[in-house]
Design a protein around this ligand. Sequence first.
Ligand code: ZN
Length: 239
Amino acid sequence: MAKVPYRCVECSSNAHELHRDYSNGILKITICDSCQKPVDKYIEYDPAIILIDAILCKTQAFRHIIFNTKINIHWKLCVFCLLCEAYLRWSQLQGSEHSSDPADIIRYTKEWDFYCMFGFAALELAVFLGGVVAFVWMVQSFLQSSVDLPMLVKALLLSSYGKLLLIPAVIWEHDYSPLCFSLIKLFVLTSNSQAVRVILNCRRRLSILAVCVGLLMETCAAVASQRLQWSVLDFLLSQ
Ligand SMILES: [Zn+2]
């Protein structure tokens, strides 16, 4: 069966088109058959408005971005966020040895322990994604429904854009309180939960549960990797 290309941002029903282009140059937004509202009102909106609605975690904005756009930057975004996270972890390790010279960022990338931090951050992200996907897979098996798992991973990566808030910490060093990092984490998890909710088209509680399962597994992986991390760093420092 051919895949329906679009979704209604209001009710998540399938749609074959977002607008109709009449021969005299007039465009008309398609009305959803199910809810009788425009299939995707955001095609007329400025990207800044869409971004604000996404920051406010509106499901309509999430549906527009995930289902009705060809946005394909999730892996680049993921690598960029991991680099920021790795740098923060690495700089926390360096402590008082850290220099304020921005040129040092280039030098830091030659450090093996920086790559180790990148590896551990990537591992924890993979465990988080694996936890959420496994939970969703079990739920869909139980409910005899079908979920596009690659689309779920893409939605989770895109909804982690809040990690870009780490960039100020990279640029202006890491003079941030743990509370600030906790708020960034909470925002990212809220967005992740909303992305799961949009993909599954389910109730809020189920999506929060899915993210909590992923977070629990990520925390376990972080604790386990913490010991490995110190062992690896001790080995590298002894070389
Ligand atoms: Zn609709």
